[in-house]
Design a protein around this ligand. Sequence first.
Ligand code: ADP
Ligand code: GN1
Ligand code: MG
Length: 363
Amino acid sequence: MVYNFKSIIKGFDIKGKFVSAAPYGSGHINDSFLIITDEELPNKYLLQRINTDVFQKPDRLCYNNFVVIREMQDFYKNKPGRIPLKLFPLKRTKWYHFFTDADGNIWRLLNFIENSEAFEIIENTEIAYEAAKAFGEFQTMLKSFNPQIIYRTIYFFHNINKRIKDLKRAVKQDKYDRRKFAEKEINFVINKQHLSDEVSNLMSTKKIRERVTHNDTKLNNVLFDKDSSKALCVIDLDTVMPGSILYDFGDMVRTFTSPVSEDETDLKKVKVRLEIFKALAKGYLSELKDFLTKTEKENLILGAKLMTYIIGIRFLTDYLNGDKYFKIHHPNQNLDRCRNQFKLLSSIEEQEAEMQDILKKYI
Ligand code: ADP
Ligand code: GN1
Ligand code: MG
């Protein structure tokens, strides 16, 4: 895709003029570009093309981004070492932040957080502790958000029943004739449906409180300082909306504990590392121990199983649907990712007792 970056950048209320653009980062959803302008420092920005297939109501997303980032700017003032995101307004209307180009693409411009990196794999316990603490602290910030004042940017995002229904539809339609390659994985989903009953029971009886949560607490959604390896900022705020602590804790376990990424195809390597889990639990609960309810604390591992199950189902569904949702770089990547996640789910189940024991120390 060729974009007219010069005219896009002109739409935003910044001093500099466009110099260059280069693709940046490895998110699965939006298209991100590092922009350089001719200003005095800082002359870098992160420009993102919003994926409007995923976020179908951009005005609502814009509102959510605005209120969450405004809160973050206040909140990080008292957190030494943290750098908040900044969202630049449009030149034309200073109160709106999403720019629509001539082809109908929707863009936002953020401050580029310098000297930062996002990890795909956790290499040591310090990083696990830091990232989990940053997400825990972010949750503390979200305490003040009433679920009524924030939009649901994606409906039924972590709703397991909806995800299973979507999978069943994809299996039935089998538009790309791929079902025959995924029978084992489809059966795996069916055999684990008890997980969905357990969670649905907790959620529908309101035993687990709905809170505003991040909902995409994957490791590469925290930026780290390249030199000090300290967390700088929680990013990717598009799914901040009503959700559950179980989802956020679960997605951290899913993306922190395996020694290999979700793209690894050598499944022997996929497993939960307990020492990383311990550091994660310590970091997250050092922030939230007194805030979480007893039921939330008792169900954190269920959250880990749920999120790993859900994302495996989502990768499988996308594979059957012809890879329309998640970015892929080679054929079968979504099926490979699904296999990887189901292996991780089995590893969580095998080590559940040890994980529960570790949690007891921190809750
Ligand atoms: P996606 O929804 O596609 O995952 P993200 O907002 O997570 O998009 O951004 C993709 C990647 O871009 C991140 O993983 C990170 O590496 C990088 N990134 C995002 N925001 C910034 C920023 N403000 N400064 C520097 N790097 C960033
Ligand atoms: C997507 O945008 P990114 O890459 O941080 C996805 C998450 C998945 C994740 C799997 C809005 O996250 O839900 O868990 O990929 N985000 C959305 O890697 O669907
Ligand atoms: Mg991301």
